[in-house]
Ligand binder design. Structure first.
Ligand SMILES: Cc1cc2nc3c(=O)[nH]c(=O)nc-3n(C[C@H](O)[C@H](O)[C@H](O)COP(=O)(O)OP(=O)(O)OC[C@H]3O[C@@H](n4cnc5c(N)ncnc54)[C@H](O)[C@@H]3O)c2cc1C
Length: 492
């Protein structure tokens, strides 16, 4: 091992490559909302080395070295992605891109920032703010995730996406290192190979990102409603008008209760809709007025300025808050039309009641009027049957989701198993990219193009689990281990 590290250093001038167990451990997992078994059930889930390159030449040298020695390369940003996307499955080298954090140039005339790809969103945002500038789009993981990390998972729902589009829509050009170590600058349609492909086409090193002037005002409102159907309808309405919100999120009572430590007084039991506008003071006023009228017509109840503000301020930690509130959190993400969400949400409640487990959801408006719908199964993995039943519920939702044209939002390691069966078009696209750019299959293996877990086995396991849990509930031996007050569970 030491020899290999030495060789990497010799050929590349990479400042630091480590084989220390602490660093390999820290870089191999996911710091997010899923239990660690998602990557640990792979035999070689631990990286052999971690490298911290600072420029394209160093990235190229690492990749060339990996090709020469036929070892896996796993690009990594903030490691905040769900589903083990940046976790090794065959050891190899993790290319930690966080040291690629330079701002190369900010062009105020053409309104772009030329940056290295490993810069953390929030850091960039703060630096732009000092010059009166702002980002157009950001994921809600902005305090920890990197620009290229969001690009590589195919980011399209977050803050700014309803108004400014996907992350790819906001990139003007990028510098990449291909899996054979070639450094290239690409623009236009060529950039699509790097969008949502988890690094299988190579590593993005720097890019030009479209930016804007700091908005004059940012403000919004939050209402509660009697049913999820209200939220689906209102989301569609708000997404299709000319005054686009900069952010829109819907939460159900359990999600709101867990993440905010309570529900606002007099709130309705169906769901909560938060919408935010930005721009000139006039544009924001018009947006708020429009949404308020719509919400009132739908019979909603204003939860008040204070709760709105608290919820908006929480936008970067809202997903993590839930994780902090429950011992183990399983989730599944869907990319779908808002009008179809209620079918999935209602099915989720129905299964959860049958299995005697918890469930809640959260949804965010993305680009093109579509939403990222996140279904959660809060649990505690020490109570194995409860935990596995949550997973079984999410599996059922995946199967059902495809009937409603829902695609899996994040793929990574966990969801690759579903691709071949349910998302043939995307699977074929990933196969083409892999075959063209990474024929040796060394770039982020076991992601997108091949899973060594069979779908039939997975399906059988969860189906059997569902039957057993159902019998347990019928014979009254199933117990829900996470309690929710009755008034929160009175879903309407
Ligand atoms: C609290 C929280 C909030 C979130 N909010 C949102 C949200 O609003 N919207 C949303 O879409 N998602 C959201 N996510 C999930 C989202 O996928 C990640 O947060 C984030 O975009 C991933 O960035 P990262 O830098 O952490 O990438 P990582 O997790 O490190 O990597 C993600 C993928 O990108 C690849 N990759 C990383 N860097 C490069 C590179 N330079 N070149 C090529 N490939 C690379 C990795 O191999 C991996 O496949 C959230 C997650 C959390 C924990």
């Amino acid at each position: 091992m030491t020899e290999i590290v030495q060789e990497i250093k010799d050929i590349s001038d990479v400042e630091w490559v480590s084989t220390r167990i602490t660093e390999r451990l820290a870089a191999s997992g996911d710091t997010t909302g899923i239990p660690y078994y998602h990557f640990r059930w792979k035999k070689k889930w631990l990286a052999d080395y971690v490298a911290w390159p600072r420029n394209a030449e160093q990235v190229a040298a690492i990749i060339k070295f990996a090709q020469k020695n036929q070892i896996a390369v796993v690009p990594r940003g903030g490691g905040t992605c769900y589903y083990g996307s940046a976790s090794p499955t065959r050891g190899g080298v993790i290319v930690d891109t966080k040291p690629l954090d330079k701002i190369i140039e900010i062009n105020k005339e053409k309104m772009w920032a030329h940056i290295q790809s490993g810069i953390v969103w929030e850091v960039l945002d703060r630096k732009l703010a000092k010059q009166g500038l702002a980002l157009k789009v950001t994921p809600q993981s902005a305090p920890a995730s990197t620009i290229a990390g969001w690009l590589a998972i195919g980011g399209k729902a977050g803050i700014g996406t309803p108004k400014y589009g996907t992350i790819l829509d906001n990139i003007l050009e990028m510098e990449v290192v291909r899996p054979d170590g070639t450094i290239e600058t690409i623009t236009g349609a060529d950039m699509e190979t790097f969008y949502g492909t988890s690094g299988i086409a190579g590593i993005v090193v720097s890019l030009k990102l479209s930016i804007r002037e700091m908005p004059e005002r940012t403000d919004g409102l939050m209402f509660s409603f009697d049913s999820i159907e209200h939220a689906c309808h209102l989301t569609e309405e708000l997404a299709s008008t000319s005054i686009k919100p900069v952010y829109l999120r819907v939460t159900d009572p359990e999600y709101e209760w867990r993440s905010q430590g309570g529900l606002p007084q007099n709130s309705r039991k169906g769901c909560f809709v938060l919408v935010t506008y930005d721009g000139t003071a006039d544009q924001v006023e018009k947006g708020i007025e429009y949404a308020r009228n719509l919400f009132k017509k739908a019979g909603g109840t204003d939860v008040g300025k204070e709760h709105y503000q608290k919820s908006w301020d929480d936008r970067f930690i809202i997903e993590m808050k839930l994780k902090l509130e429950v011992p183990t959190l399983s989730m599944q993400n869907f990319w779908m039309k808002p009008k179809n969400v209620s079918h999935l949400a209602r099915k989720m409640y129905e299964i959860a009641d049958k299995y005697k487990i918890n469930s809640c959801y959260y949804m965010v408006l993305g680009a093109g009027g579509m939403v990222r719908f996140c279904a959660f199964a809060p649990s505690d993995h020490r109570y194995w049957m409860h935990f596995m039943s949550g997973k079984a519920m999410l599996h059922k939702l995946v199967k059902m989701g495809f009937k409603y044209d829902a695609k899996l939002y994040t793929l990574g390691l966990q969801n690759t198993v579903y691709l071949k069966k349910y998302q043939k078009k995307e699977y074929n696209h990933f196969k083409t990219v892999r075959d063209q750019w990474d024929p040796n299959g060394l770039m982020n293996p076991d992601k997108l193009t091949g899973s060594n877990l069979s779908y039939s086995r997975l399906n059988l396991m969860f189906t059997m689990n569902g039957w057993i849990r159902r019998l347990m509930t019928l014979f009254r031996v199933a117990r829900n281990i996470l309690q929710v007050p009755r008034w929160v569970k009175e879903r309407t």
